[in-house]
Design a protein around this ligand. Sequence first.
Ligand code: PLP
Length: 386
Amino acid sequence: MSIPLFDLTRQNDALMDELLATAERVLRSGRYIMGDEIDGLEAEAAQALGSVNSLAVSSGTDAILLALMAAGIGPGDEVILPDFTFFATGGCVARTGARPVFVDVCPYSYNLLPEAVEAAITEKTRAIIPVHLFGQSADMSRLMPIAQKHGLRVIEDCAQSIGAKHHGDYVGSIGDYGAISFFPTKNLGGFGDGGLVLASDPIDFGRAKIMRVHGMEPKYYHPETGGNFRMDAIQAALLRIKLPHLSSYNAGRQANAEYYLKTFGENPQVFSPTEDTATATQPEARLILPLTYSHNEVTWNQFTVRIPGEGARESFRNHLQEHEIGTEIYYPLPLSQQKCFERYSPDACPTAAMVADECVSLPIFPELTSDEREKVAEAVLSWLNQ
Ligand SMILES: *Cc1c(COP(=O)(O)O)cnc(C)c1O
C-alpha cells in the first residue's frame, strides 16, 4: 500500500457531481470576471472566518502583495517576517521595494518569536508579517501590543491556516490584513490559484479593493498603481461548494495530528515539547514533535517533526520511502539564505537554519484512512526502534 503525502482527488471526488454541474453553469453563463460568484464567495468566506470584509484575489501570494500595497509599503520601508516560511512571504516584501527583515523562530512551534520582532524594529520599520505556519497561529497576543506600541501595520500570512484560531479569534481577523491561499495543497484546496484578503477596517478594505483592479476609482481613473489581482468567477463558484466542508476537513487533519502526537509521544526516543519546555535547551531525542499551544486551534496544514543529527533526516525519509510513504521538506532553506535576498545582507537566524536542516512533514490530509495513518506510525516507530 503506497501512502501519498497528499491526495486531493479523494476530497474532490466526493463532491464531483456538484462541481461539474457548477463548472458547466458558469461556463454557459458567459460571465467569467467578477459578478455574483465572487460576491457570494466573499460574503460566505467573511461569515465563515470571523471577518467583516473579504476580497477574492488571484492567489495567496497576491493577497500578501496586495495587502502590502494597500498598506502603502514601499521603498525605504522595512517589513519584519519570520526567516522560516514559504518564499512568498519575503518575496512580496521585496517586490514592493521595501526591505525584508528576517527574524528567528521558535524551535518547536516554528513560528516567529515576538522578542526577535521587537529587537529588529528600527525607525524604518513599517509592518510585521506573522506567518501562522503549518496551521498554528503565531503569538498574536504578544505581537499586536508590540505593533501598536511602534505604530506598525500587521499583515497575517494565513495561507496555511484558514479556520485556525488564537484565543478564540480567527486568524486573519486579528491584524490589519489577513492573506488566505486556496492553492490546491492548502486546507481549502481550489482548482488552480486563488486567495483572499481579509480586512476589518473599512478604509483598509477599500484600499485593497481598489488595488485589486489597477488602483482604479472611478472607472478609468487611477489615483494609485494597483494591478490585476482578480479571482476567476469559475474558481469562486467551485470554492463555494467546498467552503461549507472546511470545518470537517480541518477536523480530519486535527484527528490525524492527535493520533500522531499520542502514538509517537509514547516512544522514549521522542521529545514532546510543552508550553513550559519551549525555552529549554535542545533535548536528546531522535524525533521532536511540534509544540501546539492550548490557546490555539490548529488546522494542521502540515504535520512537521524534527529529526536531529547528522544524516538522520535522510535516513528517516529513506526508511519511509521504503515503506512507500510520502514525505516532504517544508522548507529546506531559510529565507535569509536564499540567493535573491543576499543583497539585503540579512542577519543569521540560527534556529531557523537548524529547523530547516531537521524538519520533515508526514501525511496528514483529512481523507487519510485510519489504516493508512497506522501504517505511517508503524514505519516511524520501526525507524525509531531500529
Ligand atoms: C502557499 C503559501 C503562500 C502563497 O500562496 P499561493 O496561493 O501559493 O500564492 C504564502 N505564504 C505561505 C506561508 C504559504 O504556505
